[in-house]
Design a binder for this molecule. Structure first.
Ligand SMILES: Cc1cc2nc3c(=O)[nH]c(=O)nc-3n(C[C@H](O)[C@H](O)[C@H](O)COP(=O)(O)OP(=O)(O)OC[C@H]3O[C@@H](n4cnc5c(N)ncnc54)[C@H](O)[C@@H]3O)c2cc1C
Length: 247
């Protein structure tokens, strides 16, 4: 590693540390004790520009990569443990399919509010009967004249109590009809409509400040404009987005 890069990394860590300095052990203990989302920390990180670390500069981000994001998250975790890290990490990595596979209109509409901390995203892939075998998810997005309607269940969705938006993976072609089982899955990023999605918090041990949830999705309408990339390619988008930069 050249001296310049080492110095840039140290400057980054120091910059994150300056925000963290405002949030001591009493703050994190209080969030954990009360099960309270660390809103003030989230806001401070957004105001200092850190939520856009991996977002393109054209949309208000810093255009940096996974190495810098990892350094940032390591410093954040040293400040408030999983409560601090989980309060922001979904917004760094979860929406990355929009960066890599979204169109210009979607990037312009979806990314700046995330960078500014005005929108909070949650990330809904895991299901009660489909953990690591993602191809077995049953949540279905059926075609309508106006777009899609989504029905199904998700589990372990982090921050769903606070999210304004949801990145959701759903089957647009049934498993049995796909020659390749990783196909027929599509990715949507849309408003978290609480009339159509019930989020039930799961009691758990530790990280009480950041909620874990089971979601019941019932007739969630999503327009074509909120589908990320091509129909049926969502699985590939998900697992490739984190390793590629915006085109
Ligand atoms: C606190 C928390 C937060 C989370 N947040 C989110 C979130 O925001 N969004 C989201 O979508 N998901 C989230 N998850 C879900 C997480 O990603 C899943 O738990 C994970 O994908 C594993 O799924 P599973 O728990 O159903 O385990 P399973 O898939 O049931 O696996 C259980 C065990 O079996 C092993 N196993 C599974 N298949 C095989 C195989 N074929 N061969 C050998 N071993 C195998 C696994 O290694 C594992 O040890 C969260 C989970 C937790 C606990």
């Amino acid at each position: 590693m050249s001296g310049d890069i080492e110095q840039q990394h140290q400057d980054l860590v120091d910059g994150v540390g300056r925000v963290c300095a405002g949030f001591g052990d009493d703050y994190w203990r209080g969030c954990d004790r009360d099960g309270a989302f660390p809103d003030a920390f989230h806001r401070a990180m957004a105001d200092a520009g850190w939520l856009g670390i991996t977002m393109p500069e054209a949309y208000g981000g810093a255009g940096l990569g996974v190495t810098q994001a990892a350094l940032m998250m390591k410093r954040v975790a040293a400040c408030g443990g999983f409560s601090a890290a989980s309060a922001i990490h979904i917004n760094l990595f979860g929406p990355h399919p929009i960066v890599v596979h979204g169109n210009d209109e979607q990037r312009a509409r979806m990314l700046p509010p995330l960078v500014r901390g005005e929108h909070k995203a949650c990330f809904a892939v895991t299901e009660p009967d489909a953990g690591l075998d993602t191809t077995r998810i049953k949540t279905a997005a059926k075609r309508t004249n106006a777009g899609y309607v989504i029905d199904g269940q998700k589990i372990w969705t982090t921050t769903a109590q606070h999210a304004s938006h949801i990145m959701v993976l759903a089957r647009t072609t049934p498993y049995e009809e796909c020659a390749k089982k990783t196909q027929g899955l599509s990715l949507f990023y849309t408003a978290f409509d609480r009339d159509r999605i019930e989020a039930r918090e799961i009691p758990k041990m530790g990280r009480s400040a950041v909620d874990s949830n089971q979601l019941f999705i019932d007739g969630l309408e999503v327009s074509d404009e909120d589908r990320i990339g091509e129909e049926g390619e969502g699985f590939r988008y998900f697992w490739t987005a984190s390793t590629r930069s915006a085109s």
